[in-house]
Design a binder for this molecule. Sequence first.
Ligand code: 2DT
Length: 211
Amino acid sequence: MTTRGALIVFEGLDRSGKTTQTEKLLKYLNENGKKAIIQRFPDRSEPLTGSTIDNYLRNASCINQTKEAIHLLFSANRWLLRQKIEELLKEGTNVIVDRYSFSGVTYTLSKGVSKQFACPPELGLIRPDAVLYFDVDPAVTAKRGGFGDEVLERTDFQQKVRENMKMFENQSYWKKINANETIDEVHKNVCAIVNDLIPKVATNPIESLDE
Ligand code: 2DT
């Protein structure tokens, strides 16, 4: 019987350690004979939307566009990769995702856009099997290297994103990770969750986000 891969999403504020941990998880899974890839969002290499989003984040252009239009661009970026992710999962590859709809919704809400506008474009995207949410105080991340390079990396804005992330706490896929621990401790916690998850979801149907 063919079993499917797991969709494992990493979420959190800027500089919370997500990217380091996605790479460590990929290496760990591969070394243990499991197929896995990393998909980052926004995917700045996606031909239709990637370079526009990249320009926006670097403050180079389209900064005057409405928040709503930017939101739809980020969402479209995910929709354009939906089929690819579904195919990978079906062939048994675990897909590790660095940011997803949860960044999409909370970053936009933190700019003052309504939930009624922000949530619907995400409905129908593939529902993650787990969202590992890297919780950390923005006062801590602000001290980390590279912070402040892009337009959304201000501490007051990050604080709002952290507040807005609480709206997902009751979802069964939401797993809070203490991102203040060392890289190795966090990796150990991530591996424990993922080792438990992969066999559990292997024969489950692929579902879509519906709320
Ligand atoms: P990094 O590439 O460094 O993760 O920064 N963002 C992301 C949004 O505003 N909406 C989205 O839908 C997504 C996926 C978060 C990307 C920045 O873009 C923000 C930080």
